[in-house]
Each structure stands twice: as C-alpha cells, then as structure tokens.
Design a protein around this ligand. Sequence first.
Ligand code: PEP
Length: 255
Amino acid sequence: MKKELRKAVIAGNWKMNNTPAQTTALINEMKPLVADADCEVVLCVPYIDIPAAVEAAKGSNIKIGAENVHFKASGAYTGEVSTDMLKEAGVEYVVIGHSERRTYFGETDQTVNLRSLAALNAGLKAIICVGETLEQRELGYTETLLKFQTKMALTNVKPEQLKNVIIAYEPVWAIGTGVTATADQADEGNGFVRAAIAEAYGADLAETVTVQYGGSMNAKNAEELVSKVNVDGGLIGGASLKAQDFSVIVKAASK
Ligand code: PEP
C-alpha cells in the first residue's frame, strides 16, 4: 500500500446550510485555523454561496467546491448549473452522486457517470460518492455494490483524468446519523473502491487515487479513521459547519 503517493483531501459538504453572509463569516473563522494544513482543504457549498465563499477564501489554502453540476453545457435545463458557470465563479471541486441526491433527487449511476465526465472534461476535480445502504450491507452486497458504483461512475474516464478523481466511500447508514463506520469498516470499504479502480485501470494507477471516507466523521473519530492505509481524508457534513471541529479533522489528516 502506498499511502504516501496520495495527498489527503478533507472536504466539507455544507449541504443546504448557510446564507452568503454566514458563508463569509464561517470561512473567515476557519481560515486561520486550517492555514497550516498538510492536506488539501475544500469546502463544497450551495450554488448561491459560491461567490461569497470564493471571495472569503481568496489568498488562503481553502479551495471551493460545488455540491452538484449538470452534464449538459447549456440549454433548456431550468434550475441547473453547468461546468462553465462553476469554473468562471472560481470553483475547483464538485461533489457528484451524494447519497442525498441519489435518494431524494433521482440520481442514478448513469447520471453520476455523465456528471463525472462533464466535470473532468472541464478540468474540475470530481468528488464522486459511492456507498451501500444498511440493507445492502446486511445482505452481504457491500463489495459488489461499491465496485459496481465505482466502475459505473468511471465509465469512459480516461486514465490520465484519474488525477482529478476523488472517490468518497460514504456508507448511507452513516451519513448524518451520528453512526460512524468503524475504522476497519471504512478501510475495508475504501479498499473495495481501490480494488475496483485497479480492476479497471491497473494496480499502479489505483494506488494514486484519493479515496475518502465520509459518514459522521468528526473531531473525535477523525484521527483513527484517517490513520487507515486506504483512507485518504474525508468528506465531512455536519462537522464542516463548525470551524473548530473542522479544523481538528484537518489537523488529523495533516499528520
Ligand atoms: C456528507 O454529507 O457527505 C456526510 C458525510 O455527512 P455527515 O458527516 O454529517 O455524516
């Protein structure tokens, strides 16, 4: 295992939280707390907050991401936002296929693949979420499902585009529930994701891809989770809304 080949990425996913004014205040509070990070620090924020976030993060080590992107370049897609719009606004990362989008907004493995291709072809970094439900885990399908979702998401992604791919393993039963996967479960799930990438692209390339864990990661459990060989940082929901907690997670990933 070659963890040293990969830079850890700690990404906050704010979901539908914070107005533009609250965005400015929270990022200003976070900036000094994460300034010494030895990992990538990203905040993925609602579309309406992007200009405020980009402005507040200017000159700091915080990168800004979006929480979704449409796969068409432009046209009659009311309510959607394109890669060009995000890039011009200063966005560098985009979350794709979050379980909340899969559950509430009809996201499928096919649309996750289309969004991933659009983001990568535009030069954005894609944080692609995969994860099993509790029922799927109890039926013994975790490995099959994680490999299938990973391969589907990466269909037609070129090997040279993998440097802009981050996969976030997020067990659905651990997101926003306060129930965290054990460090061993996180490591195993991330290992299944990496094995799927190896099957598609070869082991050497798979070793270079950042695979995060997400699901109730917090200031208390982050250090143990990110110490695992297959866990290259995290996608953080609730704890990314609190500057102090988020900075503790960033510090854990910087060790
Ligand atoms: C998420 O939104 O991706 C997430 C992992 O949320 P939480 O940390 O709140 O479980």
